[in-house]
Design a binder for this molecule. Sequence first.
Ligand SMILES: [Zn+2]
Length: 300
Amino acid sequence: MKGTLKSSFLLVSLVVLAFGCGGAGAGSDAPGEKVQVAATISVIQDLARQVGGGRVAVTSIVPVGGSPETFQPSPRDAGAISEAQVVFENGHGLDAWVGDLVESSGNEDQRVVVLSEGLQPIDEGEHAAGNPHFWLDVADAQRYVEKIRDTLVEVDPRGAEVYRANAKKYLAELEELDGYIKKKAMSIPEERRKLVTFHDAFPYFAKAYGFELVGVVLENPDAEPSSREVAEVVRTVEEEDVPAIFTEPQFNARLADTIAREADVEVYELYTDTLTREQAGHSYAAMMRTDIDRIVEALG
Ligand SMILES: [Zn+2]
């Protein structure tokens, strides 16, 4: 199976080499010639679009609604990566599979940028490289945006003014978003600011916005928890007296429903690793706003 996938990558790479290299360089002002950007996840795709505006075409390798932690790239994804002039990955193990795609693409002029590089990771058991979900703290997402801006300025200097202006405006928007989340979080009584989430995506969010993480349903996104682990979450929910637990659209909510029923609490959906097609989560800013609004509704 793995061998088949590898040779398919190779085939795609060869096809791209044969037919895909005739275009002009990055940042031509001619219409229709956009900087080709690949992002590993839809959250990063949105950040790159906000900065790049009309000068860039950004694809997301993990489709909207998908989980980067259980994602299996296809030969088509290899094609998308080999066509990209810039690849934005999150890093810290979230999207490590992109390494193989980049390697097999054979595109030597490609820029590969790890957006979480240089940020201070929170280490815990499940994530050897530190938890990868930095973007759920808006201040860290702002660091991503600055890196995206600086990369696009380098790759496409003719667009520098556009990228700087777009980034400046967007960073201000994110500053406002950060303030909104802080204010909303503070409206929840401190003893109720406790999160039981579906997977371990919230350490940066919790640290930035004053929440305590008391439980995670899915310690490992790749495996179903044992019945003992599920019982433990139920006990935590009861002991900590949390009024609600949270699911995420990229995971099957069945388990959370079971826990909620047993512990007699409500279930709310939060967005983390992917945008959605619904208005509530169709952009990074919308997703963060929806998350804090739902948390306030659940715990406030
Ligand atoms: Zn995740």
